[in-house]
Design a protein around this ligand. Structure first.
Ligand SMILES: Cc1cc2nc3c(=O)[nH]c(=O)nc-3n(C[C@H](O)[C@H](O)[C@H](O)COP(=O)(O)OP(=O)(O)OC[C@H]3O[C@@H](n4cnc5c(N)ncnc54)[C@H](O)[C@@H]3O)c2cc1C
Length: 314
């Protein structure tokens, strides 16, 4: 590790310069840190511990770990990466990151300064749920976003799809593979006649009125209540919530972003290279669709690319 003076402290204190600061210590970030550690680079891993899937008791679809509680998964990954002597963990939120010559200067929420030659952002996304009473309590249990994550466990139940986005029309058709009892809640949105006829012929019950609330017992959905008071018995509901970046670091660094179906994501190539030299991005932050196994894969690739960016080739 190199050392440099810290101008923020009047030049009296030395700040260690890590090869890479990985910001976000979940699926993507830990995976990236592991590759960098195995490449014998010094890594400062920052994590504020607020993962996107923390509302669910079990994480599905990652082989070797199918059904493992998300926190157990994250902590096991973290323990493995911390076994490498060149990795240091800060359980802190990075609040600012600025380019400073050939490196980046970070500030965390304890007011400490850190310096790294490369940045690897794996800070994820936050789901913005519509403010419907009962929804937050069901989120990640019986109100969910993805059939591949939750559909097997929620199969064969009376199921609804809440239309917040046109992708709901695709989802309600896909769900035929998980349940025979499907209802589409248009939530006040229009539906073309052809699609209405098609879905009705497929056996999908269509409700036009906006949803006012979810009735549940400890997160177990019982019914959707429509404006006007009608209750439609349902035991599972799918919805694609709007998303926002869990951290604005990518924006403040000037990374290019693009719009996906539910919100923006950072533009990065398949190796996690962003529009800002020295800044890499991986996981939900840089992909339109959320997925733990894909975040692991993205993190591994970005970790390798970041590692290679620190080498000199003839
Ligand atoms: C309810 C729910 C259930 C889900 N279930 C599944 C499932 O079963 N299977 C599946 O494949 N996918 C599932 N997903 C999707 C999955 O959660 C995400 O795809 C995955 O978490 C993305 O990993 P990530 O590392 O990109 O981000 P995250 O897991 O969200 O981790 C981001 C990390 O960065 C940290 N962070 C953010 N900003 C900062 C900062 N400034 N400084 C320091 N740390 C910071 C956060 O605290 C967090 O720990 C689910 C999603 C939801 C909403």
């Amino acid at each position: 590790m190199n050392r440099a003076e810290n101008p923020a402290s009047g030049g009296l204190n030395a700040v260690a310069i890590a090869d890479v600061a990985v910001i976000g210590g979940s699926f993507a970030g830990i995976s990236a840190a592991l590759m960098l550690a195995r490449g014998r680079r010094s890594v400062t891993l920052f994590d504020s511990g607020v993962t996107r899937n923390r509302f669910s008791a079990h994480s599905h679809g990652l082989f070797g770990h199918d059904g493992t509680p998300p926190d157990a998964l994250r902590l096991a990954g973290r323990a493995q990466v911390l076994a490498y002597p060149t990795v240091a963990l800060h359980e802190a939120r990075v609040t600012a990151a600025v380019a400073d010559g050939d490196s980046f200067r970070l500030t965390d929420d304890a007011g400490h300064t850190h310096v790294a030659r490369r940045l690897l952002l794996a800070t994820g996304q936050t789901d913005i749920l519509p403010p419907l009473p009962g929804l937050a309590e069901c989120w990640g249990i019986t109100a969910v976003h993805c059939p591949y994550c939750h559909g097997y466990e929620l199969a064969d139940r009376p199921t609804g799809v809440l239309m917040l986005h046109p992708a709901a029309l695709h989802q309600v058709q896909m769900l035929a593979h998980w349940t025979a009892d499907r209802a589409l809640f248009l939530h006040g949105q229009p539906l073309e006649d052809d699609m209405r006829r098609h879905l009705t012929a497929e056996g999908v019950a269509i409700h036009d009125a906006p949803v006012a609330a979810l009735l549940h017992e400890a997160g177990q959905l019982r019914a959707l209540v429509l404006e006007g008071g009608q209750q439609v018995a349902r035991e599972a509901v799918y919805l694609g919530a709007r998303t926002v970046f869990a951290s604005d670091l990518a924006l403040s660094l000037g990374c290019a972003v693009t719009e996906g179906p539910f919100g923006n994501h950072v533009v990065a190539d398949e190796w996690g290279v962003t529009s800002v030299p020295g800044v890499f991005a991986a996981g939900d932050l840089a992909r339109p669709m959320p997925s733990a196994p894909q975040a692991v894969a993205d993190g591994a690739k970005a970790g390798v690319a970041c590692h290679r960016s620190l080498m000199t080739f003839a």
